[in-house]
Design a binder for this molecule. Structure first.
Ligand code: SF4
Ligand code: SF4
Length: 275
């Protein structure tokens, strides 16, 4: 069992489960001796929306952000790659976005796990089904905020962290990464893995794929929506999820133009006739 799976099992077994109405006592601030301690040597997996927000905050193109700030561990048990935020090379391995005095310099665009910390969300079922999900507190000794007397409900904490858009995109992401088709043995070709990567993570490349290839000639696409995709990253990411439904899972999430279907059908008839 790997480190992540061990942690998950111990959360399911040992951590007290909190519901949205439960209360916690917690306060975080620059006046605490542990300020920034949680921003070093930590594994932060990045969802597509985390990357979108961070790279925009940094004014970087998607490929530059991914090569500068992520590691992409990938082993044969994974269906699809998931990037990790790369910590600095120093012995203490700080996050590249932490400043000793100001704290997180990308605070408004920090990733979902940073927003939620020291709270986490888990479920006995891998898919984190709404009815089964629970919140828990990570009890790390260095986090002095857990000793502070500030009462708030789990709902208040979650709402304060601005996670709503992260949850919308998180749901779409789970529909891809935890798709039933994988449980039924679906394997992705290297080309499909590339499609997943560009449609969800390397959005600049995906935009070029849509507008600089024959893509728009092959599908029935709404002109207004297409125009939006030119400069609206969120809209482009939503479209990326739609595209992957077709490209990875063969769902009819986009409509192929009739003339393209006719061409394909004529080609396959002629191939069959020549066989
Ligand atoms: S992104 Fe911000 S909050 Fe998250 S680890 Fe880095 S500095 Fe800390
Ligand atoms: S360790 Fe806890 S209290 Fe300290 S800065 Fe991090 S989250 Fe805040």
């Amino acid at each position: 069992m790997n480190e992540l799976e061990n942690l998950k099992q111990s959360i399911l077994r040992e951590y007290p489960r909190l519901s949205a109405d439960d209360h916690i006592s917690f306060r975080c601030g620059a006046d605490l001796a542990c300020f920034n301690h949680c921003c070093a040597d930590v594994n932060i997996f990045l969802t597509p929306y985390d990357v979108l927000r961070l790279r925009r905050a940094q004014g970087l193109g998607s490929a530059s952000f991914l090569s500068r700030h992520t590691l992409i561990p990938f082993d044969k048990n994974q269906n699809l790659p998931l990037p990790l935020l790369k910590m600095n090379d120093s012995p203490t391995k700080e996050c590249p976005f932490v400043d000793s005095e100001r704290g997180c310099i990308v605070y408004a665009d920090r990733p979902w796990p940073c927003r939620m910390y020291p709270m986490g969300v888990a479920s006995p079922n891998e898919k984190i089904e709404a009815g089964q999900k629970f919140y828990f507190l990570m009890k790390e000794d260095f986090c002095l905020g857990l000793q502070e007397k500030r009462d708030l409900s789990v709902t208040e904490w979650v709402n304060d962290q601005g996670v709503l858009p992260y949850e919308e995109f998180g749901e779409l992401f789970k529909q891809v990464t935890l798709n039933e088709a994988f449980a039924q043995g679906l394997k992705q070709s290297p080309q499909q893995v590339d499609m997943y990567w560009s449609a969800l993570y390397d959005l600049d490349k995906f935009r070029k794929f849509i507008f600089n290839t024959s893509f728009v000639d092959r599908f029935e696409l709404d002109a207004v929506e297409m125009d939006t995709l030119r400069d609206d990253d969120e809209a482009l990411l939503r479209f990326g999820f739609r595209w992957l439904d077709m490209a990875l899972f063969k769902k009819l999430s986009l409509k192929v133009k009739t003339e393209v279907l006719n061409r394909l059908s004529a080609k396959s008839t002629s191939t069959a006739a020549n066989a």
